[in-house]
Design a protein around this ligand. Structure first.
Ligand SMILES: NC(=O)c1ccc[n+]([C@@H]2O[C@H](COP(=O)([O-])OP(=O)(O)OC[C@H]3O[C@@H](n4cnc5c(N)ncnc54)[C@H](O)[C@@H]3O)[C@@H](O)[C@H]2O)c1
Ligand SMILES: O=C(O)C[C@H](O)C(=O)O
Length: 314
């Protein structure tokens, strides 16, 4: 049964948007509108129809429509924004800030008009700063403007731990704090495998290598693809967040939230563990950090503050 016929709009029908739409529909989290610019309306319609024609085989009843009109998005419960350009090999995510801030702002003007009650999840990069730009433009309550990075970064971190120990990913617990950049902070002290602290299972050298690979995880995929960036794991991360919100699951997940004093930061969107449910971000967990962890988080927050300042000036 489709989840109370919730309505979900995915803005940007490119790699991440289309993959997210398909996963949302397969999980029957709602009816899905896949929206792109007018010049790409037909490809958006084509992708949506192609997905819909898979529904008898895969057995889902979510409706999927492609469009370039925000009227079709009207009244959405959830809006996922993937609109924007992706980086190329040799670029950092921050190189996209000016281009994508303009795109995110124009998208959010429409969301504000057509979907005033929606919860909005940002994916476009650099995502911490794009979440700030969206919050400014939307004027929605802070709990309903959320960025995706920590679920993806944590998934990469847990994948590498499971590979190292040759164990099931299902038994690995761990998460990443901070911004979605190369100085993100995988939280080793809070990571475990089957309840056993990871530091007692993996040597420091190997853990350092896993941390470094996690931090550069997006770049590893960009280099392998040659053009474009990751989309399967990012889409899976968005869908986990969507499910938590649409089903009011109150999952504890690392997401990009507005910090107003938590962790010592003011007026900054940054990745932290939260309770994610029907109201969006329902609670922010503030962890006690060691001096080393806090210094690492400060470095990450500084990077995010610098790129956010570009958004604030533009
Ligand atoms: N936060 C993360 O963890 C994460 C993960 C993966 C990708 N991303 C980012 O997500 C963005 C999208 O990645 P992708 O691989 O889907 O790129 P893509 O190029 O495949 O798709 C982007 C789509 O956005 C559309 N678009 C551009 N301007 C638009 C507008 N004004 N309105 C509606 N649609 C518009 C484009 O036409 C295109 O179809 C990039 O910025 C990428 O860096 C972030
Ligand atoms: O690395 C990128 O540019 C895309 C995304 O942020 C990712 O981490 O895969």
């Amino acid at each position: 049964m489709v989840n109370n016929r919730k309505k979900i709009t995915v803005v940007g029908a490119g790699f991440t948007g289309a993959t997210t739409a398909f996963m949302l529909a397969q999980k029957e989290l709602g009816d899905v509108v896949l929206l792109d610019i007018p010049q790409l309306e037909n490809p958006a319609k084509g992708k949506a129809l192609d997905m819909l024609e898979a529904s008898p085989v895969l057995g889902f009843d979510s409706r999927i429509t492609g469009t370039s009109s925000y009227e079709d998005a009207a009244g959405s419960d959830l809006v996922v924004i993937t609109a924007g350009v992706a980086r190329k090999p040799g670029m950092s995510r921050d190189d996209l800030v000016t281009t994508n801030a303009a795109i995110v702002r124009s998208v959010c003007e429409n969301i504000k008009t057509y979907c005033p009650d929606a919860t909005v999840v940002l994916l476009s990069n650099p995502v911490d700063a794009m979440t700030y730009a969206a919050y400014q433009t939307l004027g929605f309550p802070k709990n309903r403007v959320i960025g995706q990075s920590g679920v993806l970064d944590s998934a990469r971190y847990c994948t590498f731990i499971a590979q190292e120990l040759k164990v099931s990913v299902e038994d690995v617990q761990g998460f990443v704090l901070g911004g979605h950049g190369d100085d993100m902070v995988p939280m080793v002290r809070y990571s475990s495998v089957g309840g056993i602290p990871v530091e007692s299972l993996i040597s420091k050298d190997r853990l350092d290598a896993i941390i470094e690979r996690t931090r550069k995880g997006g770049g590893e995929i960009v280099d392998l693809l040659g053009s474009g960036s990751a989309y399967y794991a990012p889409a899976a991360a968005l869908v986990q967040m969507a499910e938590a919100i649409l089903k009011d699951k109150k999952r504890v997940l690392p997401v990009i939230a507005l910090l107003e004093g938590q962790y010592g930061y003011e007026d900054l969107f940054l990745g932290v563990p939260v309770v994610l449910g029907g109201a969006g971000i329902e609670q922010i967990f503030e962890l006690e950090l060691t001096p080393e962890e806090k210094a690492a988080l400060d470095r990450s927050a500084d990077s995010v503050r610098q790129v956010t300042a570009v958004v604030q000036r533009s």
